[in-house]
Design a protein around this ligand. Structure first.
Ligand code: ATP
Ligand code: MG
Length: 332
């Protein structure tokens, strides 16, 4: 079977609806067909400052949400990045293969460093895509399921794989970005031209998997809508309403056109109230299951240890080959 690999940052207490619809739903489907690896990139999370105790909590919470959202740890390999040291080891080699200019073109770095101020941004934020290349290439996956926002990073991974293969001989499989077509991008409720993001300035625009039913209803109610009263899908003129329609469609598996038709001659308020019901119906069971899993952290940690052992058996093989090819002296 073909292999896929993906991950989501434990950079917040909760995943958000964009992570769920843009990634997790898709992962759950993929584990049926593929040899799937899903990891929690805690090493990426520290590219911006994290409180240590909070980071630990967030890694467990993210793992619990993966599982509550439908990942089956028997079927998929679910692990924490820092449990597999090969990521850091290959990350260094990828960093050495990358050009300064090439790295400077990564738009996520530009966005995130602009948010922090150029001097506050750490070098890790700059080299993040090289560690990400290592994350991917260690497992020799045929595909990497990511949102549109990660496409440039997967492109870099492909370039680095090809460069390494060219320089040192065939070693890495060159992975394809697997970008879901529908529900691929969810926008911030308060700022519907920006993507919903864990690192958003304000939490009001995020629908979190761990939000209470009340919080969800409130956030949807106060979502920014557009001038006029007409409910139609038009991302340029009506980004707010269009985002609500996309969410509705993605959660119900109904085409947007059908939903638009249903809301003809009705008001934004109706759409919001009913959308809130749809979101709550989907998220509240996931939240309960997450809370249940978090009640037994030792058991959760044991699941992650099993995942890490499975991951290391694959990653270790790739790294050994890479170390040999670049000319490192064998350690024993
Ligand atoms: P951060 O702000 O820390 O970068 P994030 O919310 O962008 O967090 P990531 O961990 O970077 O989340 O991404 C996890 C996965 O979720 C990726 O596959 C990404 O493409 C997807 N994703 C993130 N935001 C959205 C969104 N708004 N819509 C759809 N998919 C998204
Ligand atoms: Mg992101």
């Amino acid at each position: 079977t073909e292999r896929v690999l993906s991950g989501m940052q434990p950079s917040a207490d909760s995943l958000h609806l964009g992570n769920y619809l843009g990634a997790l739903v898709n992962w759950v489907k993929m584990q049926e067909r593929y040899d799937a690896f899903f990891f929690i990139p805690d090493m990426h999370a520290i590219t911006v400052q994290q409180d240590p105790a909070e980071l630990r909590t967030r890694v467990r919470r993210t793992a619990a949400q993966y599982i509550a959202g439908g990942l089956d740890v028997e079927r998929s390999t679910v692990f924490v990045q820092s449990h597999v040291p090969e990521h850091a080891q290959l990350g260094w080699i990828m960093t050495c293969l990358t050009g300064m200019g090439e790295a400077s073109r990564m738009t996520q770095f530009k966005d995130k460093s602009a948010k922090q101020g150029a001097d506050a941004a750490g070098v890790g934020l700059f080299t993040y895509p090289m560690l990400q290349a290592a994350d991917i290439l260690l497992y020799q996956p045929h595909g990497v399921p990511v949102g549109q926002d990660q496409k440039q990073h997967v492109e870099l991974s492909r370039n680095l794989a090809q460069r390494f293969n060219h320089r040192y001989g065939e070693t890495f499989r060159v992975p394809e970005p697997l970008i879901p077509e529908a529900g691929a991008r969810i926008y911030d409720l308060q700022n519907p031209t920006a993507k919903m993001s864990k690192s958003a300035a304000s939490p009001a625009g995020l629908l979190n998997l761990m939000d209470s039913d009340k919080q969800i209803a409130k956030k949807i109610k106060s979502a920014v809508t557009d001038d006029g009263a007409e409910i139609r899908f038009d991302q340029a003129e009506k980004p707010g309403v269009s985002n609500l329609l996309s969410i509705y469609s993605a959660l119900t598996d109904r085409p947007i056109g059908e939903i638009v038709e249903e809301y003809q001659d009705r008001m934004y308020g109706h759409l919001k109230v009913e959308l809130a019901e749809v979101v709550v119906a989907k998220l509240s069971p996931i939240r309960s299951r997450t809370e249940e899993l978090l009640e037994d952290p030792a058991q959760l940690d044991a699941l992650l240890a099993t995942g890490a052992a499975k991951a290391r058996s694959v990653a270790g093989e790739t790294l050994a080959e890479v170390y040999d090819k670049v000319g490192f002296l064998p350690a024993s």
